[in-house]
Design a protein around this ligand. Structure first.
Ligand SMILES: C[S@@+](CC[C@H](N)C(=O)[O-])C[C@H]1O[C@@H](n2cnc3c(N)ncnc32)[C@H](O)[C@@H]1O
Ligand SMILES: [Zn+2]
Length: 396
């Protein structure tokens, strides 16, 4: 059984920043890392260089908001070695960063890495359970413009609590590293984490992002609030969503519903609440396997992605420009994708070439694009039968 969040918090020592010189590090041969403009040590803290793409998109989104409002107060609730805090401060123009990390044993590393920000009076380091911090902010009506929640595992304990610490109009960056729960192998668990039943089908990675957005949207709606997805990112192992909190309820029966998959013919369709109980596959009238409820609206905010992309271009982050272009193209396509292998298998042919199939579908009047979620898949508004027929034509 996982510990009650309060018991984790009780073990942690509330820790207010001390001058960094009072917390010496005893490593005579420190290893320095560089990411963006940040230079830092990791020591025993958790740090994955491969997750830089996640941090880069966060830095861009925070910088855009800073340029819109002239202010950026960041709450980095699970900071690890503090690389994000440092980058929000150095690169996004953060004017105040609250860096919280549950493990007090990495305090010295955090104080060293954030020494300049602390000395400038623009950073506070604490060691508390993140949920205590969120409620503390709410209690003191101290709301943040950017809340980063980089948790391990499935996010059930943190799907609603960060909302209480966030300013209306502000951003929250959510994480899940739990693919099992959203992939249909553990629908009972997904019911308790997201209030949604997750089933298995070929587009489960997108389902993971949509379950997370839907879960937060539903929690926000209970308070009369809403969330707008800015971007959703699947990195091959982890699920991240950047959501904007607004003071208006945005959940509707249209944007929060079910995804149906027909194991017989391989087609997907969205299913609304009103159709429940009388829904079958549109193509062959076979029963559908339903997942949800989940977010069925746009995966990303197309307009915001454009702004992130311009900034990435300005900063010379060309790989991020490429990624953001891919995300722009898929932003409002149907809430699933078709793996190329699935098209080949069901069509009884070789795996079709992605670029050729996309081009042929577009020539046939359909929307079609690669997806950042799976490089061996396409997103399209054509059905699977059309994809197979189009790929077959290309073969001949
Ligand atoms: C994924 S790591 C953070 C990595 C860091 N954000 C980065 O980008 O390199 C998660 C961190 O959260 C801390 N943590 C886990 N549960 C926590 C909680 N309930 N409250 C505060 N910190 C927590 C862990 O000690 C760990 O350092
Ligand atoms: Zn069917």
């Amino acid at each position: 059984m996982s510990p009650h969040p309060a018991s984790f918090g009780a073990k942690l020592v509330p820790f207010i920043a001390k001058p960094f010189s009072s917390l010496p590090l005893h490593n005579p041969h420190p290893i320095w890392h560089i990411e963006g403009k940040a230079k830092f040590q990791v020591g025993k803290a958790f740090y994955r260089p491969a997750a830089q793409v996640v941090r880069d998109l966060g830095i861009l989104a925070a910088a855009i908001d800073q340029s819109d409002t002239g202010s950026l107060r960041v709450l980095d609730a699970m900071a690890g070695c503090g690389v994000r805090s440092l980058r929000y401060w150095l690169e996004s123009g953060g004017n105040w960063v609250w860096t919280n990390e549950g493990n007090p044993e990495i305090s010295a590393i955090l104080h060293q890495n954030l020494g300049d920000a602390i000395e400038a009076g623009e950073c506070l380091v604490t060691h508390q359970n993140a949920n205590r911090i969120f409620f503390d902010c709410h209690n003191r009506q101290d709301y943040y413009e950017f809340v980063d929640v980089d948790s391990f595992g499935s996010p059930e304990s943190y799907l609603d609590t960060p909302l209480w610490a966030t300013k209306f109009g502000g951003l929250i960056y959510f994480t899940s590293t739990d693919g099992r729960t959203v992939g249909g192998r553990s629908p009972g668990k997904s019911l308790s984490v997201y209030g949604a039943y997750a089933r298995s089908h070929p587009a489960i990675q997108e389902q993971g992002l949509r379950l997370m957005i839907g879960g937060v949207q539903q929690q926000a709606a209970r308070q009369g609030w809403g969330i707008q997805p800015v971007f959703s990112l699947f990195t091959g192992e982890t699920y991240r969503v950047m959501l904007r909190l607004v003071a208006t309820r945005l959940l509707t029966a249209q944007n929060y519903g079910f995804l149906g998959y027909c194991h017989h013919c391989g087609n997907f369709q969205t299913v609304s609440w009103g159709q429940l109980g009388r829904v079958v596959c549109f193509y062959d009238q076979k029963p559908l396997v339903l997942s949800g409820p989940m977010w069925l609206g746009a995966l990303h905010d197309y307009h915001q992605l454009g702004r992130l992309k311009s900034l990435a271009q300005e900063w010379g982050w060309l790989k991020r420009v490429q990624l953001l272009s891919l995300m722009e193209a898929e932003a409002d396509l149907p809430p699933y994708f078709y793996p190329l292998a699935e098209i080949g298998r069901r069509g009884g042919m070789d795996i079709p070439m992605r670029s050729r199939l996309i081009q042929a579908l577009q020539q046939g009047g359909y929307r079609a694009t690669p997806t950042h979620i799976n490089p061996q898949a396409i997103k399209t508004d054509a059905d699977l039968n059309t994809c197979i027929a189009t790929a077959k034509k290309g073969e001949g």
